[in-house]
Ligand binder design. Structure first.
Ligand code: F6P
Length: 348
């Protein structure tokens, strides 16, 4: 006789994709089946719940996806809490599709909607995802380690060409509000100057660092800049255009060019700019992110089993634990000043 399901878990992945999403989905399904839940995959983030787009997930459908980048469920930046009618459709679809529990895998925006739904009585748990690593309620989001390893490899490659041509190489990396990728990637790659949103700086200070380095005979440099960095003298974000997504975010990009041009103009050092962009989010996750994603996915189902709704899985030290969604995103998690101090020792 077929076993009775303990209920249906709906899983969605929202916001910008990142390596490790499929590891989380696979772990959720494996753990859920073990504990006798059914699983429905919700397509394209919260949009799938508004539109009722789902597909059953089985052991077979998640087989072989652990090393794959992207997300088999698709993603979007849809924010249903902005529209009363979307929210109504979402709640109706939860009932119609007989989804008893929701696992929302996403960054601050997706998890913000999860927190809102928890307040509406939906049995939801969150899994923190973003290459930006800026979710307060966890020591590390999955995807960050992969992004850092891509940035590190890029800096290593830029080093040899920078040295051959005696150039300054400016590398623009992701990091909308925080400079985690820039700082950790820059440290790992031996950057000579790292510019992050947390530390607005002047062009004079940047050029001083480079001139000091060139003055001691190292006539090439690597400058890493996070896309959300602002010069303290003008305080403006550099954006691609004025369009906003549903969470009110502008499309960042271009600060590398601004900094690169100014460096060349002020110092006379030949300068080139590389924008790593979405390369940082694509492809196979590192071993660390596969394991972290797997641990998060298992824990998310365990939280449902323990009826700890309205919470988010979290890494604290080496342990997987949980934190209430209401406390997981009160503010952004900014780069640890100790890391910044360490990086600064290698400037110039
Ligand atoms: O997921 C976060 C992030 O990688 C930010 O660092 C970046 O600003 C943003 O996504 C860009 O996303 P998209 O181009 O997909 O809208």
């Amino acid at each position: 006789m077929a076993k009775q399901s303990k209920g249906t878990i709906g899983v969605l992945t929202g916001g910008g994709d990142c390596p490790g999403l499929n590891a989380v989905i696979r772990a959720i399904v494996r753990r859920a089946v073990m504990l006798e839940y059914s699983v429905l995959g919700i397509k394209n983030g919260w949009l799938g719940l508004v539109k009722g787009m789902v597909e059953p997930l089985s052991l077979l459908s998640v087989s072989g996806i652990l090393p794959r980048g992207g997300t088999i469920l698709g993603t979007s930046r849809t924010n249903p809490s902005k529209s009363e009618s979307d929210m109504k459709k979402l709640l109706t679809n939860l009932k119609r599709l007989k989804i008893d529990f929701v696992v929302a895998v996403g960054g601050e925006d997706t998890l913000g909607v999860a927190r809102y739904l928890a307040g509406q009585g939906v049995d939801v748990v969150g899994v923190p995802k973003t290459i930006d690593n800026d979710v307060e309620g966890t020591d590390q989001t999955f995807g960050f380690d992969t992004a850092v390893s891509i940035v590190t490899e890029a800096i290593d490659r830029l080093h040899s060409t920078a040295e051959a041509h005696q150039r300054v190489m400016v590398v623009e990396v992701m990091g909308r509000h925080t400079g985690w990728i820039a700082t950790v990637g820059g440290l790992a790659g031996g950057a000579d100057c790292i510019l992050i949103p947390e530390r607005p700086t002047t062009m004079d200070q940047i050029c001083e660092v480079l001139q000091k380095r060139h003055g001691r005979g190292r006539v090439f440099s690597i400058v890493v800049v996070a896309e959300g960095f602002k010069l303290s003298t003008d305080g403006h974000l550099v954006t691609k255009d004025q369009k906003l997504d549903q969470f009110g975010h502008v499309h960042l990009g271009g600060i590398g060019e601004v900094i690169g041009k100014e460096i060349e103009k002020r110092t006379g050092f030949e300068t080139r700019v590389t924008v790593l962009g979405h390369v940082q989010r694509g492809g196979s996750p590192t071993a660390f992110d596969r394991v972290l994603g797997t641990r998060y996915g298992v824990k998310a189902v365990d939280l449902i089993e323990e009826k700890k709704f309205g919470s988010m899985v979290s890494l604290r030290g080496n342990r997987i634990t949980s934190v209430p969604l209401s406390k997981a995103m009160r503010r952004l998690k900014f780069v640890d000043p100790e890391l910044v101090r360490t990086a600064e020792i290698f400037y110039g």
